[in-house]
Design a protein around this ligand. Structure first.
Ligand code: UDP
Ligand code: MG
Length: 339
């Protein structure tokens, strides 16, 4: 199998975000190579080193020096999984782009099935996790809850139990490249884009090596991005709470008045009830202020118009993101920052 000519667009781009994955990189490369070579078509592996603190970057650079099909986008610091995937899609030039985790929890062999569906005319082929191995019950439970909640309260139909492991057509990748929001929930963004979508199921394996990079704190943030990015529901539930509290007041005023006439003025008197009510109502108010704050902070993120990520260096890639210029303004691309 000849190596892809760099000036030509390969048929397939595999995008892998990488954060401290030194123990997985060689295996990832081996398995991707085996699977993709079996297609008999040109492919590239676009890796994004998301500020790894281990030897990941050195290992990727070594692979890139030996094999020009391996592209490396090296971030100036850790920007997070979703931005690493974004940069990978920005720099991918294939007719179909496959996003895959570097820890081999997503079996590369499934890509062949995705390609089949793509050739049958589907523009998004997502992978549905039938079973997840090697995860704590807490992660399984919260993930299940999360996907069902997102499904209920968001305005787009995000398929249940899917991650970012998916194949997207060039058309969809180009749409994603025009969506420059800062707090990203990429699986929601692909659903939002529409196109002909389908899913293939698989069993999600345990991590090959290393630990999850999604501690609870990051999971909560991720969930918030998903909700705020695709739903106004949290802003709108305030109105129901206000109705309920208002209704309670309307009922309580005459009822308490009458009861006081009957039972005497000590009924419900004293500071304790006042203090309790004050605490309950303030808790509601502060909670809703927090929710509003979440939306406002994200508005602020957009208004500042900072680049989404900063690239320190690239290997086997032109300086501009993607050989097929679209979506990202060239002038911006030249400054090595992508907004
Ligand atoms: N990742 C990344 N930046 C981060 C965290 C994770 O690029 O800040 C990558 C990581 O190397 C892996 C993928 O995103 O390829 C998924 O991360 P992980 O396996 O830790 O998530 P989990 O499978 O536990 O949800
Ligand atoms: Mg993983």
């Amino acid at each position: 199998m000849g190596e892809a000519n760099m000036s030509e667009n390969p048929r397939y781009s595999i995008v892998a975000p990488i954060y401290n994955e030194e123990g997985n990189i060689q295996k990832l490369y081996d398995r991707i190579t085996l699977v993709m070579d079996s297609t008999g078509e040109e492919w590239e592996l676009v890796t994004v080193n998301d500020g790894s603190r281990d030897r990941s970057f050195e290992m990727l650079s070594e692979l890139a020096a030996k094999d020009s099909r391996i592209k490396v986008v090296n971030f100036a610091r850790n920007f997070g999984h979703q931005l690493a995937v974004t940069a990978g899609i920005d720099h991918a030039s294939g007719d179909a782009v496959v996003v895959i985790d570097a820890d081999l929890q997503d079996p590369p062999e499934l890509i062949l099935e995705m390609i089949e569906r793509w050739k049958a005319g589907y523009e998004v082929v997502y992978a549905i996790r039938q079973e997840r191995k090697g995860e704590s019950w807490f992660k399984l439970f919260t993930a299940k809850l999360f996907y069902r909640m997102i499904y209920r309260i968001t305005d787009v139909d995000i398929p249940l139990d899917t991650g970012d492991f998916r194949l997207i057509d060039r058309n969809v990748a180009d749409v994603l490249r025009t969506m420059r929001e800062h707090n990203r929930f990429i699986r929601g963004m692909t659903s939002w884009a529409g196109f002909k979508q389908t899913g293939v199921s698989y069993v999600r394996e345990a991590r090959e090596w290393g630990e999850t990079k999604y501690p609870l704190r990051k999971m909560v943030r991720f969930a918030m991005d998903a909700v705020t990015g695709f739903s106004y529901f949290p802003l709108q539930i305030m109105v129901y709470v206000s109705f309920i509290l208002g209704l309670l007041a309307v009922i309580a005023i005459p009822v308490i008045g009458i009861l006081r006439v009957i039972l005497g003025y000590e009924f419900l008197g004293g500071q304790v009830t006042t203090i309790l009510l004050l605490l309950i109502v303030s808790a509601f108010q502060l909670f809703f202020l927090f929710i509003m704050g979440q939306y406002i902070a994200r508005i602020y993120d957009e208004v500042r118009q900072r680049p989404l990520y900063i690239v320190a260096s690239r290997s086997n890639l032109d300086t501009s993101p993607g050989q097929r210029a679209s979506g990202v303004p060239q002038s911006e691309a030249d400054q090595d920052v992508e907004g």
